[in-house]
Write a protein that binds this ligand. Structure first.
Ligand code: HEC
Ligand code: HEC
Ligand code: HEC
Ligand code: HEC
Ligand code: HEC
Ligand code: HEC
Ligand code: HEC
Ligand code: HEC
Length: 364
């Protein structure tokens, strides 16, 4: 063979190899291939974002997530030979991600609908309820023959009760079809719910040293597979997920889908009390801090934080004298206390100051 012909063949082999690598990325079951036949053109953008996901490279297609039990009220039966459903229950994800599901199911996120179930607004103004409280907390999804009942859809609330009775909703934090980790890791994602009067965690984090350089914090949302804070990375500023969800730094298997697992105080309350078993919970959070800080920084922070929470408890108790516990004033007082306490947890001078002033001057 001439040298020229040899290189030509080599070149052709390389090109065909590259082409194969590209087309062989998306692999589907026969069922999902049939969904794609039609849905490719109906939902072009949606299919494109699915194609970018790890799911598309691992035979997890439309059918694997949207297939339905024909007896479920969410099922659209006889859909070109299939039973499919629009809502995807966390139990479907659990068939492949059991650990994340169990951890999520044990969290107060999964129970968030219980918190609002009996709120007055639910019976007085049901449509308003569905477009306010339920957007964050979740609703009780009602369907018949695959069609959602009035006001009930769309809902991506974190504690949604699904038609199969399961609780919760994985896409409250994960994007529907790309499942890019950078989305779930972003403070903006948590901050869609954790902001303003419902507890200003996003604003408090932003105003603190930890969140004040968001571009650096982004380093965390970008790193690839490992969930540990990698030792070869520079010291960076932590996003919410670094403290509440990611592995603690000691053990790469102790990441959690229960963001309450490392919290010792119940801060979103009128008077804060400790969680049951609060000591071990606190130790877990402290081992996160220690992946970036020395012991004294961490111990001194917790001492000051505890003292602040107790002082705020004392101030609200005093401010509340003579206020009925079901009044608007009481709610406003609670919100001021919550802002101050979350501010203290995240070292936000702004929210401690605001909450303190409101409590002291009763200007809520
Ligand atoms: C022959 C074409 C065709 C095939 C095959 C097909 N679909 Fe559909 N699908 C449609 C059309 C058209 C609609 C919209 C009309 C309707 O709601 O029935 C739809 C609607 C849906 C909806 C409801 C979307 C909404 O916004 O209400 C889901 C979910 C769905 N399909 C999933 C699937 C899955 C999963 C598969 C494969 C198991 C599949 N489809 C196969 C054509 C198809
Ligand atoms: C990893 C699981 C997963 C896969 C794979 C998947 N979906 Fe979805 N899809 C979801 C989830 C979760 C939702 C949000 C529904 C909910 O809130 O329960 C959703 C929502 C939808 C919706 C309604 C929302 C919208 O933006 O219109 C359509 C239509 C849909 N999927 C079609 C498809 C099609 C077509 C495919 C195949 C290319 C597909 N899905 C693959 C999980 C999946
Ligand atoms: C049929 C099995 C299956 C189902 C159902 C499924 N997944 Fe996955 N998922 C996988 C596989 C396989 C991977 C790739 C794992 C890997 O590469 O390490 C994956 C990866 C992921 C990732 C990581 C993506 C990344 O970039 O690292 C997330 C997040 C995820 N899935 C969430 C979900 C959610 C939420 C649902 C339900 C709406 C779901 N999955 C349903 C099998 C599944
Ligand atoms: C869709 C809305 C929503 C999103 C997104 C969300 N949360 Fe929550 N979160 C809630 C609600 C609602 C509660 C209160 C649950 C209840 O009713 O007790 C809560 C409670 C919490 C708690 C208190 C847990 C406890 O056990 O006391 C922490 C911590 C928390 N969330 C952290 C996070 C973090 C970190 C993220 C992002 C990775 C996040 N949340 C994303 C709605 C959300
Ligand atoms: C923007 C998202 C969002 C909306 C809308 C929302 N909540 Fe919440 N709610 C939260 C979050 C986040 C928490 C947890 C706060 C924390 O732990 O710091 C929470 C906590 C609560 C709590 C427990 C804490 C407390 O104050 O006792 C109750 C009760 C509650 N919400 C009721 C409601 C009701 C009723 C509505 C509708 C009028 C509503 N929420 C609307 C996000 C929301
Ligand atoms: C409160 C927001 C939130 C909810 C709700 C949530 N996730 Fe996640 N998930 C995350 C974050 C943040 C990460 C990235 C964790 C990391 O990098 O350490 C993640 C990562 C993952 C991964 C990649 C592997 C891992 O554990 O890091 C899988 C798989 C996954 N989630 C599945 C699920 C499933 C299944 C559900 C529903 C049962 C769910 N998630 C609900 C925030 C959430
Ligand atoms: C540096 C680590 C760190 C970061 C980053 C962080 N938190 Fe926290 N968070 C804490 C600590 C520490 C507490 C209080 C722990 C305790 O009570 O022992 C807390 C408490 C909370 C609470 C109060 C839970 C309750 O009792 O109701 C919520 C909600 C919360 N964080 C959400 C978030 C959100 C959302 C973000 C991102 C915007 C975030 N956190 C960023 C460390 C962090
Ligand atoms: C991913 C690394 C990382 C983690 C995890 C982390 N921090 Fe930090 N922390 C930083 C950086 C970076 C700074 C800013 C240093 C500077 O600006 O000089 C900082 C600053 C601080 C400060 C000084 C704040 C001020 O107002 O000057 C305290 C106190 C602190 N962190 C406590 C904690 C505690 C407590 C935890 C755990 C709940 C924690 N940190 C988790 C990286 C981290």
């Amino acid at each position: 063979m001439s040298k020229k012909a040899f290189f030509l063949i080599l070149l052709l082999l390389i090109i065909s190899g590259l082409a194969n690598a590209q087309t062989s990325e998306v692999v589907t079951s026969d069922e999902s291939a049939r969904c794609l036949n039609c849905h490719n053109s109906r939902q072009k953008k949606l299919v494109e974002s699915w194609e970018k996901s790890k799911h598309a490279r691992n035979r997890v297609g439309c059918y694997e997530c949207h297939k339905a039990d024909p007896g479920d009220s969410a099922a659209k039966n006889g859909h070109f030979g299939f039973s499919v459903q629009l809502p995807v229950s966390p139990l479907r994800c659990a068939s492949c991600h059991p650990n994340q599901y169990e951890s999520f199911a044990s969290s107060s996120h999964a129970l968030a609908y219980e918190t609002i179930r009996n709120a007055e607004i639910a019976s007085v103004a049901p449509a308003l309820f569905e477009s306010s409280c339920a957007i964050c907390h979740g609703n009780e999804l009602k369907m018949s023959n695959g069609k959602p009942a009035r006001h009930k859809w769309p809902n991506h609330g974190i504690g949604r009760i699904n038609t199969d009775g399961s609780r919760g909703n994985c896409v409250a934090c994960h994007s529907h079809h790309e499942y890019e980790l950078a989305v779930a890791r972003s403070a903006e994602t948590c901050g869609r719910c954790h902001r303003g009067q419902t507890g200003p965690a996003l604003e408090s984090w932003r105003a603190s040293r930890h969140g004040s350089n968001w571009n650096l914090a982004k380093v965390h949302t970008d790193f690839n597979s490992t969930r540990l804070i990698p030792s070869d990375q520079p010291l960076t500023y932590p996003d919410c997920f670094v403290c509440h969800i990611a592995a603690t730094g000691k053990n790469e298997n102790d990441s959690t889908h229960n963001p309450g697992e490392r919290i010792s105080w119940k801060l979103a309350a009128f008077k804060s009390t400790h969680h049951e078993n609060w000591g071990p919970r606190r130790l877990k959070m402290q081992s996160v801090c220690r992946s970036c800080h020395g012991n004294s920084q961490v111990d001194l922070f917790y001492r000051r934080f505890d003292a602040s929470v107790m002082e705020i408890n004392r101030l609200v108790a005093r401010a509340a004298e003579g206020i009925a516990s079901d009044s608007h004033e009481f709610e406003a007082l609670k919100a001021a206390a919550m802002a101050a306490k979350i501010g203290a947890a995240m070292m936000s001078p702004i929210h401690i100051r605001d909450g303190f002033n409101l409590l002291r001057e009763k200007k809520y």
